[in-house]
Design a protein around this ligand. Structure first.
Ligand code: NDP
Ligand code: OXD
Length: 314
C-alpha cells in the first residue's frame, strides 16, 4: 500500500515533505521512484499526465489538489468507479472571497472610470450609487459561491444567486436552473462566476449573456468577475462586449489557455483586469492537513468526504 504523488506545475517536493511528516509510516512514492503500481491505494493529482492512472488497479481514491475537477473529468484514462476527493478548505474559500470582494467593490466604485480620469488629469466627479442599490449576482452556490455571498453581505450589496438546484440562502434572492437564468441576469449589475466547468457551463460567459445583464445602474455598464475557469468565457465576446459598452468592466483570473498568450487582446484592454490564476491557490500547509486526514480516516474505515459526483461533473 502507498500514496503516489503526481503533481504537475506545482512544487511537488514541498507537498512530499509535508505529507511525509503528517502521514508517519504510510508510504509515499513519486513518479520516477521504483514501485509496483498494484501497491498504490491513493493517488494525489494536479494536472495528471495521460498515463497517470495506468496500472493502478487497486486504487481506493483519487485525491485532487484542485477544488475544480474539470480537467480530471476530461482525463482520457480516468479509472471508472474510483471515488475522487476534491480540495475543500477554509483558507481557499477565504482567499477566493477576498478576490471576489476586491473586484466587486472596485467595479462598484467605478475604478476604471477614475483611473482613466486620473491618467488624463481630469477632475470628473461620478457618483456611484450606494452598495444597497447594486445587485451582485453569483453563479454557482457551492462552497465558494456561498462563502463569497457571506463576505459580500456585510458590505450592503443586494445579493442574488443562481445554481442548478434551488439553494435557499438567507439574504440572497435565489434562482435555479436554465428557466430562471435570464431573470437572474436581468437583475444583476455585477456578475460573479463561481461555477464548475462542465459541458453545461462551458462558454456561459458569452455576448448573449452579457447583453441580458441589468443596465443603467452602474455607470459605464455591468461588470463581470470570473475566477472560476477560462472555459466558462468566450474571450472574443468579452473583447467585443468591453469594446462596445455591453460590459463596463471585466475581472478575469482564468483563461482558455494559461498562461494567457502574449498575443491576447485582453492584455491591453483598459477595462479588463487580468490576474494569473491566483484567486485562490491550494496551500500546502492546510492542504496537507486536509489530505492526510482524508487518507488516514479512510484507512481507519471512515467514509470519504467531498467526493465528486462524476455524473454531474463536479
Ligand atoms: P461546488 O461544487 O461546491 O459548487 C458548484 C455550484 O455550481 C453548485 O451550487 C452547483 O449547483 C452549481 N452548478 C453546477 N452546474 C450548474 C449549472 N449547469 N447551472 C447552474 N448551477 C450549476 O464548487 P466550488 O464552489 O468549490 O468551486 C467552484 C469552482 O471554482 C471550481 O469548480 C473551480 O473551477 C473554481 N476555482 C478556481 C480557483 C482559482 O484560483 N481561480 C480556485 C478554486 C476553485 P447545485 O448546488 O445545484 O449542485
Ligand atoms: C482549483 C484551482 O481548482 O486552483 O483549486 O483552480
Amino acid at each position: 500500500m502507498a500514496l503516489l504523488l503526481h503533481l504537475s506545475d506545482v512544487d511537488e517536493n514541498r507537498w512530499a515533505e509535508r505529507l511525509g511528516e503528517k502521514l508517519g509510516d504510510y508510504p509515499i512514492v513519486r513518479r520516477g521512484d521504483a514501485y509496483d503500481p498494484a501497491d498504490i491505494r491513493y493517488i494525489f493529482v494536479w494536472k495528471p499526465k495521460d498515463d497517470a492512472f495506468d496500472g493502478l488497479d487497486n486504487l481506493k481514491a483519487v485525491l485532487s489538489l484542485g477544488a475544480g475537477v474539470d480537467a480530471l473529468m476530461r482525463h482520457p484514462r480516468l479509472p471508472e468507479g474510483v471515488p475522487i476527493v476534491r480540495f475543500v478548505d477554509d483558507e481557499l474559500s477565504q482567499c477566493m472571497s477576498d478576490y471576489v470582494v476586491a473586484h466587486v467593490t472596485m467595479h462598484h466604485r467605478l475604478y476604471t472610470r477614475y483611473r482613466a480620469a486620473q491618467a488624463a488629469r481630469e477632475w470628473t466627479q461620478l457618483y456611484p450609487p450606494p452598495a444597497w442599490d447594486i445587485n451582485v449576482g453569483v453563479m454557482g452556490l457551492g462552497v465558494l459561491g456561498q462563502d463569497a455571498l457571506k463576505r459580500l453581505r456585510p458590505l450592503g450589496f443586494n445579493l442574488l444567486g443562481w445554481s442548478r438546484s434551488p439553494k435557499p440562502i438567507e439574504g440572497v434572492k435565489g434562482f435555479a436552473g436554465p428557466d430562471q437564468f435570464d431573470s437572474f441576469l436581468s437583475q444583476t449589475d455585477i456578475l460573479v462566476n463561481l461555477l464548475p466547468l462542465t459541458p453545461e457551463t462551458q462558454g456561459i460567459l458569452n455576448y448573449e449573456t452579457f447583453g441580458k445583464l441589468r443596465r443603467g445602474v452602474l455607470d459605464g455598464g455591468p461588470a463581470i468577475v470570473n475566477p472560476a475557469r477560462g472555459g466558462h468565457q468566450v474571450e472574443a465576446d468579452i473583447v467585443a462586449a468591453l469594446g462596445d459598452g455591453t460590459l463596463g468592466a471585466a475581472s478575469l483570473d482564468v483563461f482558455a489557455v494559461e498562461p494567457l498568450p502574449k498575443v491576447s487582446p485582453l492584455w491591453s484592454i483598459e477595462n479588463c483586469y487580468i490576474t494569473p490564476h491566483i484567486a485562490a491557490i491550494s496551500n500546502p500547509e492546510t492542504g496537507v492537513n486536509y489530505f492526510s486526514k482524508v487518507l488516514l480516516d479512510h484507512e481507519a474505515g471512515k467514509p470519504l468526504v467531498n467526493v465528486v459526483d462524476v455524473a454531474k461533473g463536479y
